[in-house]
Ligand binder design. Structure first.
Ligand code: NAD
Length: 503
């Protein structure tokens, strides 16, 4: 055991060979209900033998899955989509009980994950190759898209259903087998999803859940039978995963952290801006990689905007996500304390705390991991509260004098995940989309997560690798192209010719 929490709690197992696989390593970690502030279960932390067992099962399942017809694979995906849609309420309850986000928000993340499942049901179209006839006399060339084999998915705590679903529907549709290593903070969603796949008719071994910590991650990154890794998490770990996985010959996409800015021009509709800043700053308690954490106000709007944001913030209710509150707790006590510490850091560095979420009254158990929505003004851009990702309900305002100053600020940061501009000037918005060095842009849209037919991913320290999640890039990541040059011989042709083939 890694902690002193009660030992009679249930242990979230692995899912191997189409069935629950109890922990044999003797290592576990506690899983908390953040609204109650107590551990309600433990999660298995895999050791080397469990890692081997999980990958061996996925490896063994690959040939038959790869060879199953597209039509059969498609019908399993359709069944999975139908079951998910019918039973998403169960999954939302599980997410809320381990992550803390309010149930409506949990349903929102499931809906966005379902969108990728729906995209993947079009696999017969996505997997089409190309064909060129008569590239040379009697010679045709065509290409096919083939699966890679076993692929690993390593996911963060903040979207226990949606983030894995950015990857597994496409990976599976393309004929790969998947080993998912969920966050040890909220592992039960992955097991629920595995059971749903089984019900949908997916053959055993095609979807595996390997619970664990760094040991399980390292096992996936170094195992010769794992061909690709899709990772989402914080930037230091994303960089480590990218470097280690590629050094072991794997295809890796590693999505990292973020610090998303909202640039507000003086002509923007300030009520829309205030609503958007609150929704994008405090939804899911700010634990979203596309949360807005910095409002960059082009003067003279800052005072008016701050007044509107703080007035609207006063109506937010914080509490147990199973009650009808706007915002839930943070995921763990350690994380809550870390996020709260940034409020003190900003204060020490000269920022003013306009709304202080420390010591907030909540509709929930006093032991929950609470921190209320917090608004900081005049945050110095040298402060760690500005330069580092906070990942909590802390919204900073930075005042600038011009559009140019705002864009330079955004472009000067290490991250490049998402950003938004609020303006009624189409020319300014168009210039922004062109000039800003960020992967996903919102124009009067605060959380610009692209729909599943497009691809999700940032720039700079927000993504290591060159392929984003889902959409066309997702299909490319989970397939390898093969080019076939074919000639059906006419008996009168042939003969020896050692020259390089040419047209
Ligand atoms: P994290 O980096 O702590 O953990 C992510 C995964 O890595 C987990 O499965 C964890 O078990 C594993 N891990 C943790 N430490 C490790 C280590 N030392 N070696 C190997 N593996 C390790 O991230 P988190 O706290 O779970 O999630 C929050 C972070 O994820 C934030 O930084 C957020 O911005 C980021 N995120 C990014 C995106 C995106 O699309 N760019 C999406 C969601 C979350």
């Amino acid at each position: 055991m890694t902690t002193d929490t009660p030992t009679d709690l249930p242990v979230v197992p692995h899912w191997i060979d189409g069935t629950e696989s109890p922990s044999t390593s003797g290592r576990t970690a506690p899983v908390y209900d953040p609204a109650l502030g107590v551990a309600t279960k433990h999660v298995a932390l895999a050791d080397q033998s469990e890692i081997e067992k999980a990958i061996a099962s996925a490896h063994a399942a690959f040939p038959a899955w790869r060879d199953m017809s597209l039509a059969k694979r498609q019908s399993i995906l359709f069944s999975f989509r139908e079951l998910l849609n019918e039973r998403k309420g169960e999954l939302a309850e599980i997410i809320t009980s381990e992550h803390g986000k309010v149930v409506s928000d949990a349903l929102g993340e499931i809906a966005r994950g379902q969108e990728v499942v729906e995209f993947a049901t079009g696999l017969a179209h996505h997997l089409k190759g190309e064909y060129s006839e008569q590239v040379s006399t009697g010679i045709d060339v065509y290409s096919t898209k083939q699966p890679l084999g076993v692929v690993g998915i390593i996911s963060p705590f903040n979207f226990p259903a949606m983030v894995p679903a950015w990857f597994f529907p496409i990976a599976i549709a393309a004929g790969n087998t998947v080993v998912l290593k969920p966050s040890e903070k909220d592992p039960s969603a992955a097991i629920w999803i595995a059971k749903l796949w089984k019900e949908a008719g997916l053959p055993d071994g095609v979807f595996t859940v390997l619970n664990g910590d760094k040991e399980a991650v390292d096992g996936l990154l170094t195992h010769p039978d794992v061909r690709a890794i899709s990772f989402v998490g914080s930037t230091p770990i994303a960089k480590y995963v990218y470097e280690t996985g590629t050094a072991h010959g794997k295809r890796v996409q590693a999505l990292g952290g973020a610090k998303n800015h909202m640039l507000v021009l003086p002509d923007a509709d300030l009520d829309l801006v205030a609503d958007s800043a609150i929704n994008a700053g405090f939804g899911s308690a700010g634990e979203r990689c596309m949360a807005i954490s910095v409002v960059v106000a082009v003067e003279p709007v800052a005072d008016d905007l701050i007044a509107k944001i703080s007035e609207k913030m006063s109506t937010l209710t914080v509490g147990d996500g199973r009650r009808s509150c706007d915002m839930g707790p943070l995921v763990t006590e350690v994380h809550r304390d870390k996020v709260a510490s940034y409020i003190g850091i900003a204060e020490e560095d000269g920022a003013s705390v306009v709304v202080d979420g420390r010591g907030i009254e909540v509709d929930g158990d006093p032991n929950g991991f609470w921190l209320g929505p917090t608004l900081l003004d005049n945050v110095p851009t040298t402060s760690r509260a500005y330069t580092e990702e906070i990942f909590g309900p802390v919204l900073s305002v930075v005042r600038v004098q011009s559009y140019e100053e705002g864009v330079a600020l955004i472009n000067g940061g290490a991250f490049g995940n998402g950003t938004a501009i609020f303006t009624n000037d189409g020319g300014a918005a168009r210039r922004f989309q062109n000039e800003v060095q960020v992967g996903m842009i919102g124009i009067n849209v605060p959380i610009p997560v692209p729909v599943a037919t497009f691809s999700f991913g940032g720039w700079k320290d927000s993504l290591f690798g060159d392929t984003k999640a889902h959409g066309a890039e997702g299909v490319k990541f989970f397939t390898q192209q093969k080019a076939i040059t074919s000639r059906w011989l006419d008996p009168s042709h042939g003969g020896i010719n050692l020259g390089f083939p040419q047209n």
